[in-house]
Design a protein around this ligand. Structure first.
Ligand code: SAH
Length: 234
């Protein structure tokens, strides 16, 4: 359906996200990485090598390491400094830390090898003049973690960060939004079309049943992941 119920007014603050990291309440993190990225990697890369790939709201996603190891250049953004430090520590990657002159209070963590740059700030502080434009995006736990009232702002920003002919893999979730307050928030397919439709071709690649005990404990009786490929046509 199109009704996102009470979720449209729900707001999760930055402070609450930091707290989730501090208390280890990070059930969203996938230690083994996401099978849908493995499966559809070719669709994202589309035969290209040496891409610039963006991970919005990256957490400590291990897929960043995968793509860097394949020779791509990875940029992420995350409000939790703890998450970023855990990422480098868990992969034994040396890094250096520097301020971002354009954004007060922000820091950039860069792997010593230079191919992973993670910005510690709110995504809304970024712009293409700071991070450049991207050939690919892996958006998992990102659009669905954005407060529903900020979706338009988030997508407008993402569109300004995309190169012509870039591809964007988007994972959303589908469940009854009257039974769980989120995040992750339910994002209906019609909303994807409204948000991105004027700027790209949208194709739904797969719907996966991802229902588990975790979702049962949330009070749900179904939970799907829905994968889209968005092509920013020239
Ligand atoms: N994409 C990751 C993390 C998903 S959870 C994964 O798949 O594992 C969402 C993450 O977004 C959290 O780590 C949270 O700290 C971060 N976050 C929330 N709001 C943000 C914002 N405005 N800017 C940057 N990061 C944000």
């Amino acid at each position: 359906g199109t009704d996102i119920g009470a979720q449209k007014d729900r707001v999760v603050t930055e402070e609450e996200w930091l707290q989730k990291w501090e208390t280890g309440n990070i059930g969203f993190h996938k230690e083994q990485g996401h099978p849908l990225l493995q499966k559809y990697l070719d669709v994202l890369l589309n035969g290209r090598s040496g891409l610039r790939i963006f991970f919005p709201l990256c957490g400590k996603a291990v897929e960043m390491k995968w793509l860097a190891d394949m020779g791509h250049s990875v940029v992420g953004v995350e409000v939790s400094e703890q998450a970023l430090k855990e990422f480098f520590a868990e992969h034994s990657l040396p890094y250096c830390e520097e301020p971002v002159p354009e954004i007060s209070g922000a820091k950039k963590f860069q792997s010593t090898s230079g191919n992973i740059s993670l910005y510690c700030c709110s995504i809304y502080d970024l712009s293409s003049s700071i991070v450049g434009k991207f050939d690919g995006v892996w958006d998992r736990g990102a659009l669905v973690a954005v407060n529903p009232c900020d979706r338009q702002r988030y997508v407008s920003l993402m569109i300004t960060l995309m190169e012509k002919n870039s591809s964007y893999l988007l994972v959303t979730v589908s469940y009854d939004p009257n039974k769980h307050k989120g995040p992750p928030f339910y994002v209906p397919e019609c909303e994807i079309k409204i948000l991105f439709g004027n700027h790209c071709e949208i194709k739904c690649l797969q719907k996966v049943d991802d229902f588990s005990d975790r979702h049962r404990q949330w009070g749900l009786d179904y939970f799907l992941e829905v994968l889209y490929i968005l092509k920013f046509v020239a």
